[in-house]
Design a protein around this ligand. Sequence first.
Ligand code: ADP
Length: 166
Amino acid sequence: MSAIYPGSFDPVTNGHIDIARRGARILGHVTIAVLDNSHKNPLFSIQERVGLLREVFLHDENIYVESFSGLLVDYAKKKGINTVLRGIRSADDFAKEMPYAVWNRQLSGNVLETLYLPADPALAHVSGSIVKEVAAHLYKNRHDDIVLAHMVAPEVRTALQDRYIT
Ligand code: ADP
């Protein structure tokens, strides 16, 4: 069995890594699908986000990384995959996710189903946007960045340093 794990991954965090690995353990294979949302002004380009994810999952043989644009249902159909994997950090995440799951199922003619994994409580506070905010502050003010070590992989920490230390 195989699932698509879609998201913006700007950048990939330890929360994403945990969901992808747990999902792959249950489902067999996971394809991480990075949404090409250049119009949203991401910190890392689509190539950089895919590159960081590929570095992070270099030794995970059952996790693949690709980019996609357009509707998730079209991408899933093209890949021949009928399962979407998402992580849930909070009731707020769940409320936001529900309509997407319903839309994706209806748009696909009841083919594409969404499975949710609860976030590891130790990582439920981690999001790409907070990581970016904290990193910008720490690096611009030359503070110790050790706190980021618990939230992102070493490759991502280096990429954040490169982006913010001028
Ligand atoms: P989006 O831009 O759609 O929110 P993200 O890249 O932020 O996509 O996240 C992709 C998926 O990973 C979403 O299902 C999100 O809920 C989940 N996720 C993000 N951070 C964590 C975390 N710390 N723990 C578990 N799941 C997470």
